[in-house]
Ligand binder design. Sequence first.
Ligand code: IPE
Ligand code: IPE
Ligand code: MG
Length: 250
Amino acid sequence: MADNAKRIPRHVAVVMDGNGRWANKRLMPRIVGHKYGVDALIGCINTCADRGIEYLTVFAFSSENWKRPEDEVSGLMNLVLTAVAKYLARLSDIGVRIQIIGDRAAVSEKVRAAWEHAERVTAGNKRITLSVAFNYGGRWDIVQACQRAVADGARAEQIDEALLSKYMALAYAPDPDLFIRTGGEVRISNFLLWQVAYSELYFTDCLWPDFDAAEIDKALADYAARDRRYGGVKTDISASGQKITLAPDA
Ligand code: IPE
Ligand code: IPE
Ligand code: MG
């Protein structure tokens, strides 16, 4: 259906949560859940590309995740290295452009090099842009945008939403249309704060390693049925096919 095609989100943002609980349920260490989480991510990238989604932004490591036990943090860092080595060529082959968003300064040289290698190798790809939020926080993003704007000489009266948007980490992408969080928690956890102002929010109990193509399609169907008003008034299609506006009397 042509109308349905219009209802595919251009940009989907995902908080990939629930790896630890997925592993615990199977009496396995949390890091095993993260490994299966990487496989779920690869599946998700494939499905999103197939569905015509142009931008996929995933929360892989938050600026708060350093609080986790040392062995889990180092396990996650090692997982980045093995995942890049294992999947980079395959992702590049299907046209995935990889971008990293987050504070790179606090990440080890090895991990930073792996991410920057992934960015370089995939820079010319056009099918879907995968932004990996790594050592990312929504508040950090707003602060770094202000700092860079001021460093570029912006004066107080020149700072507005359009200007700051150009300095936000996702300046190259439209705002997310659909924000998904797996794992049952109903919170943002300092993911994209600025960018989700008008995103449609979708929360599911499904744990991230189980979030397969069928689950993605459920989220997309839910999104397709939403009425996005952006502060305007509800619109509906009348029986004659004419668009009517259901507005309170002005
Ligand atoms: C999300 O899964 C992945 C990361 C934060 C790296 P969790 O590790 O938070 O899994 P749960 O929430 O403990 O189940
Ligand atoms: C959010 O999940 C961060 C990532 C998925 C990378 P958390 O598991 O860290 O979030 P909280 O602690 O439940 O809010
Ligand atoms: Mg969690």
